[in-house]
Write a protein that binds this ligand. Structure first.
Ligand SMILES: *[C@@H]1O[C@H](CO)[C@@H](O)[C@H](O)[C@H]1NC(C)=O
Ligand SMILES: *[C@@H]1O[C@H](CO)[C@@H](O)[C@H](O)[C@H]1NC(C)=O
Ligand SMILES: *[C@@H]1O[C@H](CO)[C@@H](O)[C@H](O)[C@H]1NC(C)=O
Ligand SMILES: *[C@@H]1O[C@H](CO)[C@@H](O)[C@H](O)[C@H]1NC(C)=O
Ligand SMILES: *[C@@H]1O[C@H](CO)[C@@H](O)[C@H](O)[C@H]1NC(C)=O
Ligand SMILES: *[C@@H]1O[C@H](CO)[C@@H](O)[C@H](O)[C@H]1NC(C)=O
Ligand SMILES: *[C@@H]1O[C@H](CO)[C@@H](O)[C@H](O)[C@H]1NC(C)=O
Ligand SMILES: *[C@@H]1O[C@H](CO)[C@@H](O)[C@H](O)[C@H]1NC(C)=O
Ligand SMILES: *[C@@H]1O[C@H](CO)[C@@H](O)[C@H](O)[C@H]1NC(C)=O
Ligand SMILES: *[C@@H]1O[C@H](CO)[C@@H](O)[C@H](O)[C@H]1NC(C)=O
Ligand SMILES: *[C@@H]1O[C@H](CO)[C@@H](O)[C@H](O)[C@H]1NC(C)=O
Ligand SMILES: *[C@@H]1O[C@H](CO)[C@@H](O)[C@H](O)[C@H]1NC(C)=O
Length: 847
């Protein structure tokens, strides 16, 4: 279940250098700092934008942990990039057919004809002009500054094929989904100001249900309790300061469970026995439930996820960890997603008792910290009972656990009390409440009264009052039913939040998804998005919907996003295999992704739902709340994940694949039947190897380097069983175990480092195969294992075998060897080679 592939390399646990220097064999500080410097060097190699490297440097904490300075490490390569940039001037290359110019800084009243001298001021006017030219490959050229779309989407269709929208090279060009505020602010008391936006917003016929607020350089926070800066503060289950930024679930007396209604209608097709005409047999998962197609719709499912939802988790036949919770909810015709709550009126929540909090929005973690669920409060009684708007909580795909299903997740459950009682209440994680005027008490917060159109702010600096944009727009550019469009060198900012819009589960993974993004792409081919910046957008940045072909997303930067950087969601509702109504041949290359999933924490750099043949290559991904890459299903396969640098993922979530929160550290978690992946030439540092425990098969894992800090002693591989002819192949990998100590999962905080109990067993155990020694379905060969004493052990079902026994008795691991750990320099050198860097000499020279 859950996330299929988690790629986690350099730094999740790059965080404990100083505490681990007592290992007699490996100098962990030396190794760790060497790997961090290597990471920065790799970033320098693959990043198209040197100005972003400082963020990588900071995220790697090279200064405080390793004492190196940014200038030393990268000045030279930055110089080289600057040179390139100056030479790369605008040469008219783009204007072969025609160029139409837009400049936001021109006086709107002067003559405009779209020429370089007399540019349009509005993108919409420029687009009309371009269309009237009827040339094959026109360019719409955006000049320096911020282009507001006036809350109107740029809709590109069939007539626009061949169009390029480009930011003038070397200029800072932004498209804003916001509108400026021309109203005056009135000073109330306590540093709070208010502005009446009726006239500003007069011309907009439709207001979004929530608006966002930005200054040039930051995101304002919807007034909330407890206070926090959502861009920075982490409140995942293992985040040390979570109770500073969120409310403990123990202050809720009970989350209200919806009334029973009709169970969802279930579609169940056993693809191994009687697939529909034209659909090939799928009988290759050893866990038979992964050979089924199933989904539930209507009834209690649509109460939460809407009438159009077709959810795997609304079916009684869903599979995976905790699937019984979802199956039972479906069978009962009552989803375990609350429609209200009663809080303890003598707890800290009493602050809300006599306050109007209708319109407030609760953000609550799923019971096992997989997703964030949002609920709009519509009513409150004096007894602390809150009622939620219908459809609340649809932002996650899974039901919540009840105490009698998951007692371990809540110490307050009746089962733990004396005397114990059978508690069937629902369990949440911690939560917060936002969008409340009564909580406007911290600099940097705002509240927008949608009814009266009044904007209340508590500015951090009064200068902000003249620098606001109200984020109003979801889709900035909607590209549909067309082909050959290029978007280049443009920044996107000021998007509306989308978490209270329509969401439903796209496929078998845990996710729910909102079908929308700042750049929305559907039924298209050959679309390029290059060198763009997606910054402080409250929803998804790029969304690939239904049929897309040959979309290339390269050299972009994605930062501080509310949801995913890139999400795909094809359509496979029919069994018509010829329709291929989903994204194929998407290339995602050389992008930098960081600080994603600020609101929906179940978000990724790439949220891959119902798509095939995607290549994800040479990207840098870090500081993500959950997996950096999420393959949510196995619709097509053919994905390539290659040469990416991924670190500090899963900072806040409680799971990856294995729900048990202490074993979610595998670098590749090949789950939910996810299959046919080719995973090669990656470096996994401070993580474990390759895992498959839920129905996956047919993947090739080769030429990877794993530098593992043992976590739960399944260090190089961990496999359930396979059907003959469909096992994984793992070959030519180098895997080093027993390097240092382990850490809690789901925690990006250095203080989470915990001492590693040095048992002989875990130092030598390189893998686990839940089958018998004679099982030949799995292919393991020519791997090199390195352990503290040079010995290697593999666990088969219950018995342990030495590597030699595995070769002689089990017929596996032909050509594989086990040796003692090499020194730190050698490890770093290997990592450098795998990542295609010729030498690390320059890094050492700068030490
Ligand atoms: C470990 O390496 C660090 C950094 O290279 C060095 O400062 C330290 O002295 C080394 N510790 C030992 C015990 O050799
Ligand atoms: C799967 O189906 C194929 C095609 O019908 C058949 O040849 C094969 O034996 C089946 N395998 C299993 C394990 O049932
Ligand atoms: C409510 O909170 C108070 C104080 O924290 C505590 O004593 C009491 O047991 C709680 N009541 C319930 C029903 O949880
Ligand atoms: C809210 O009002 C009720 C009724 O007047 C009162 O009993 C209660 O103490 C008040 N709660 C708070 C937190 O002030
Ligand atoms: C809110 O609750 C009050 C008292 O229970 C009730 O009179 C009112 O109709 C409710 N309003 C809504 C919108 O449900
Ligand atoms: C607890 O109550 C639920 C719902 O009534 C019931 O299904 C379950 O069997 C009970 N469990 C125990 C241990 O009694
Ligand atoms: C508030 O302003 C101070 C001083 O300019 C700045 O350091 C700080 O980062 C700002 N904080 C927020 C939340 O904007
Ligand atoms: C997809 O786009 C093409 C034009 O590129 C159009 O002819 C076709 O009707 C569109 N399909 C759908 C389902 O909208
Ligand atoms: C992207 O920007 C880099 C420098 O910032 C430049 O070298 C490269 O040519 C640009 N690529 C595209 C496709 O614009
Ligand atoms: C996609 O790219 C491939 C390889 O360049 C090409 O063969 C194919 O025709 C393209 N498909 C479309 C729909 O543009
Ligand atoms: C990890 O979780 C398993 C249950 O899934 C438990 O048996 C084991 O004791 C846990 N280990 C640690 C170190 O918490
Ligand atoms: C995760 O595991 C830790 C111990 O390893 C435990 O304290 C914590 O309660 C667990 N959290 C969840 C959500 O299971």
């Amino acid at each position: 279940m859950v996330v299929s592939i988690l790629l986690r390399t350099l730094a999740t646990a790059l965080l404990f250098a100083s505490s681990l220097a007592d290992d007699p064999k490996i100098n962990v500080t030396k190794l760790d700092c060497g790997m961090r410097k290597l990471a920065l060097q790799y970033a320098t190699k693959i990043s198209p934008d040197p100005s972003q490297l400082i963020h990588v440097f900071e995220a790697l904490r090279l200064k405080d942990l390793c004492g190196s300075s940014f200038d030393d490490a990268s000045e030279r390569s930055i110089q080289r990039h600057r040179q390139l940039f100056i030479e790369n001037e605008f040469q008219g290359t783009y204007c072969r057919d025609a160029c139409v110019f837009v400049s936001p800084s021109m006086d709107q009243k002067v003559f405009q004809d779209g020429s370089m001298q007399h540019p349009w001021t509005s993108i919409h006017d420029a687009l009309s002009h371009v269309r009237s030219l009827r040339v094959e490959s026109p360019a719409l050229v955006l000049r320096e500054g911020e282009h507001s779309l006036s809350a109107k989407t740029v809709e590109l269709g069939n007539q626009d094929s061949g169009l390029k929208i480009i930011g003038f090279p070397g200029e800072s060009v932004w498209i804003s989904g916001g509108v400026g505020i021309d109203a005056a602010f009135e000073d109330l008391s306590d540093g709070v100001f208010v502005a009446d936006l009726k006239s500003t917003l007069d011309s907009f016929d439709k207001m979004p249900s929530i608006v966002s607020l930005f200054t040039t350089s930051r995101r304002y926070t919807r007034a909330r309790y407890p206070n926090s800066d959502p861009e920075v503060d982490q409140w995942g289950y293992a985040s040390r300061h979570r109770l500073d930024y969120s409310i403990s679930a123990e202050h809720v007396v009970e989350w209200h469970r919806p009334e029973r209604t009709t169970p969802p209608k279930v579609t169940l097709v056993d693809l191994s026995k009687n697939p529909p005409p034209g659909v090939p047999i799928k009988n290759n998962s050893a866990q038979e439930g992964y050979n089924w197609y199933t989904s539930g719709h209507g009834g209690s499912c649509s109460e939460v996820w809407g009438p159009d939802a077709n959810s795997y988790w609304c079916s009684e036949s869903c599979q995976g960890g905790w699937a019984e919770v979802d199956a039972e909810s479906a069978a009962a015709g009552s989803q375990q997603i609350p429609n209200g709550l009663t809080y303890n009126t003598t707890s800290i929540l009493k602050r809300f008792q006599n306050v109007s909090i209708a319109g407030g929005i609760i953000h609550a973690w799923h019971s096992q910290s997989w997703a964030m669920h949002m609920f709009r409060i519509i009513n409150q009684t004096s007894k602390g009972e809150l009622k939620f708007e219908k459809g609340g909580g649809r932002q996650g795909g899974r039901n919540w656990c009840r105490c009698d299903q998951c007692t371990y997740a809540a110490h307050w459950c009746g089962q733990h009390q004396k005397p114990p009682w059978n508690d069937t209440r629902m369990i949440s994680g911690t939560f917060m409440i936002e969008n409340l005027l009564s909580e406007l008490d911290s600099p940097g917060e705002y509240f927008f009264d949608n009814q009266e159109r009044l904007l209340y702010v508590k500015p951090n600096a009064t200068v902000d009052l003249t620098d606001f944009r109200l984020g109003m727009l979801e889709a900035f550019i909607d590209i549909r039913n067309t082909h050959d469009i290029l978007i280049e060198n443009i920044g996107f900012r000021d998007m509306v939040p989308t978490y209270m819009e329509e969401w439903s589960p796209p496929s078998g993974g845990d996710w729910s998804l909102h079908r929308g993004g700042a750049v929305f792409i559907q039924n298209v081919s050959s679309i390029g998005i290059h060198n763009c910046t997606f910054r402080r957008l409250d929803g998804n940045a790029i969304f690939l919907s239904r049929r897309t072909r040959n979309v290339t997303i390269g050299g972009n930067r994605f930062e501080w996003l509310g949801e995913n950087a890139i999400a795909t969601w094809g359509d496979t509702d029919t069994f018509d295999a010829t329709a291929e109504n989903f994204p194929m041949y998407t290339a995602i290359e050389r992008n930098i992704f960081r600080e994603l999933g600020i609101f929906q924490k179940q978000s990724s750099a790439v949220g891959h739902c119902k798509a095939a043949f995607t290549t994800i290559r040479e990207n840098i991904m870090f500081n993500t709340p959950r997996a950096a890459i999420n393959f949510n299903d196995m619709v097509g396969g053919g994905e390539i994940v290659e040469s990416n640098l991924i670190f500090n993922s899963c900072r806040e979530s409680g799971d990856h694949g294995p729900v048990s929160n202490n074993s979610s550290r595998r670098s590749v978690d090949n789950d939910d039947g996810s299959s046919w992946h080719h995973i090669h030439n990656n470096v996994w540092y401070a993580s474990q190897g390759f895992k498959m425990d839920y129905g996956g098969h047919d993947s090739v894992y080769e030429d990877n380097l794993v530098l593992s800090y043992p976590y739960d002693a399944q260090d190089c591989f961990d496999f359930a069983n396979f059907i003959q002819g469909h096992g994984h192949i793992a070959r030519r990998n180098r895997c080093l175990v027993g390097l240092g100590h382990k850490m809690d999962s789901g925690c990006g905080d250095p203080s989470c480092a915990v001492p590693f109990p040095e048992t002989k067993d875990t130092n030598e155990l390189i893998g686990t195969f839940y089958s018998s020694c004679g099982d030949k379905t799995l292919q393991l060969e020519s791997n090199k294992y390195y352990t503290p004493d040079g010995k290697a052990t593999i666990r088969f079902e219950d018995a342990l075998f030495s590597l030699q026994e595995v070769q002689e008795k089990c017929g596996l691991e032909k050509g594989s060897t086990s040796q003692k750990l090499p020194d730190e320099e050698t490890m770093i050198e290997w990592a450098s080679q795998v990542l295609g860097m010729s030498s690390i000499g320059s890094i050492q020279a700068e030490e």
